[in-house]
Write a new protein. Structure first.
Length: 488
């Protein structure tokens, strides 16, 4: 129902008061779980208490407390608004006509990236209003715990892939509530970019959450990054506790819950420095193999048929690793010998062959550009092809794209970099005022948004992507590069 342009929807915990924005009704900052504070810090997500009066849902909840993003130089700076209290929330955008109409529109649940260390589904980068209107679908974004709050590995106190458990709680909230917003809980696509793509895939193959998912969108997933090894996770946890001075604490759960969140983040920042390996992008804490929600690495999942029957749309940007290497002065000044030394540390005996192959593919490239190309394939491109080929070979519906848009002007020489397609999914160009990955906004930008976002919205709706000015986008077949659709 609506009241003075203020829609009210009843959830399983109480009514929420949204707002009409053009053709879309938006509801922001709806709790899907209790605040992870006090005894609930480092604990699995718990149900949120019910409320009696209609709850205002016009502003996104705070981000999960976090340090600065490693990609601020690419995406632009963000003012931090972190607070554990009230951070586990979802945001819903639904076409206005769907409210109270039993519309059963398709649903996209989107998980943000940020290397499992930063990000928020409530940031305006991921505002779903334009995408919901364009696709005539319901769009949901969510926060989940990141950094040590979401990835500390201490199962004995309940800290077991907590960010992953949060994401599962989001899907259960969608299952139980999305019909009230005009969405169809039986037609849910889970999507994400970077760490969010990793998450979308893992949610789809986990028996506990996969049954709630019909389709998957995986943009720029770090396929070269396996779930963290449990032994390495244990080592990093021990190092983290030493930094905090808690390594010999008897009641560790109580001690960790009494530490100020600023101290937890400062200790994690030191851990990131201590554990950093030159040229590698993995953080010291991220989802652990065998922990809650992560029964498989992706190759094992595909071999086990855990993704069977689910439509998949997967892709990457042409120049992914410029986001990580483009501003690194040491890498940009590489000699050929230094470039080879880095590749040896990353790839062992295959390093020279990889260097020579990529050097031949880009005549005149600098050593930094060759290294960037090698790692773009190793971390992103190669996995896209392998995931797509394996899933398609089992008779599943798979579509593959590559993002080729280069900003004009390209002041940082980023090319089609990591995260570069995000404004073109959500149409949130004004939310990137300081971002060198975007360049000038014009008529062509709007047309590319309609093409890309329209294709993905069609995939959410039908399992087959389409969009304005697209040629027929055919399902992927292993080895068929002609069936990879290029945008930009």
């Amino acid at each position: 129902m609506t009241q003075r342009n203020r829609p009210i929807v009843a959830t399983d915990k109480g009514r929420v008061h949204g707002v009409i924005e053009g053709a879309v009704a938006s509801f922001r900052g709806i709790p899907y779980a209790a605040s992870p504070v006090g005894k609930l810090r480092f604990a699995p997500p718990r149900p949120h208490p019910a409320w009696s009066e209609a709850r205002e849902a016009v502003r996104a909840g705070p981000a999960v407390p976090q340090g600065p993003s490693r990609l601020e130089l690419v995406m632009g700076n963000r003012k931090q608004n972190g607070d554990e209290d009230g951070s586990l929330t979802v945001n819903v955008w639904s076409p206005q006509h769907a409210l109270g109409s039993n519309a059963c529109l398709p649903v996209l649940v989107w998980f943000h990236g940020g290397g499992f260390s930063s990000g928020s589904g409530g940031w305006d980068w991921y505002d779903g209003a334009r995408l919901a209107a364009l696709g005539n679908m319901v769009v949901v974004t969510a926060n989940y715990r990141v950094g040590p709050l979401g990835n500390l590995r201490l199962p004995e106190i309940g800290a077991d892939n907590l960010g992953v458990q949060d994401q599962g709680a989001v899907l259960r909230w969608v299952r139980d509530n999305i019909a009230a917003f005009g969405g169809d809980p039986g037609t849910v696509t889970v999507g994400g970019q970077s760490a969010g793509a990793f998450s979308a895939f893992q949610l789809a193959v986990d028996p506990g959450t996969g049954k709630m998912i019909r389709r998957v969108i995986a943009e720029s997933g770090p396929w070269g990054l396996e779930p963290q090894d449990p032994e390495l996770a244990a080592e990093n946890t021990e190092a983290y506790l030493r930094i905090l001075g808690l390594e010999d604490t008897a009641d560790l759960a109580r001690a960790l819950r009494e530490v100020r969140v600023e101290e937890l983040l400062a200790a994690y920042a030191k851990l990131m420095v201590d554990k950093a390996e030159f040229g590698r992008v993995a953080p010291p804490m991220y989802p652990v193999l065998g922990g809650s929600g992560i029964p498989y690495a992706w190759r094992q999942a595909l071999e086990a048929g855990a993704l069977a029957g689910k439509d998949l749309l997967i892709g990457s940007t042409r120049d992914e690793m410029t986001a990580f290497f483009g501003f690194n002065e040491r890498i940009q000044a590489f000699t050929p010998e230094e470039a080879l030394n880095l590749l040896v540390s990353l790839h062992g005996g295959d390093a020279r062959a990889l260097y020579e192959r990529h050097e031949a593919q880009r005549p005149g490239a600098t050593p930094a550009q060759v290294v960037t190309d090698v790692e773009t394939e190793a971390v992103f491109h190669g996995g896209v092809t392998e995931v797509a080929a394996r899933h398609a070979a089992d008779g599943n519906n798979v579509y593959v794209y590559q993002w080729d848009f280069r900003p004009e002007p390209d002041v940082a020489d980023l090319g089609a970099t990591h995260c570069g397609e995000l404004p073109f999914l959500f149409g949130t160009f004004d939310s990137y005022p300081d971002s060198p990955m975007l360049g000038r906004i014009g008529v062509e930008t709007e047309a590319l948004w309609r093409s890309f976002a329209g294709a993905l919205a069609s995939f959410v709706t039908t399992g087959s992507p389409d969009g304005e000015s697209l040629t027929d986008w055919q399902p992927y077949v292993a080895g068929s590069n002609s069936r990879v659709l290029h945008f930009g």
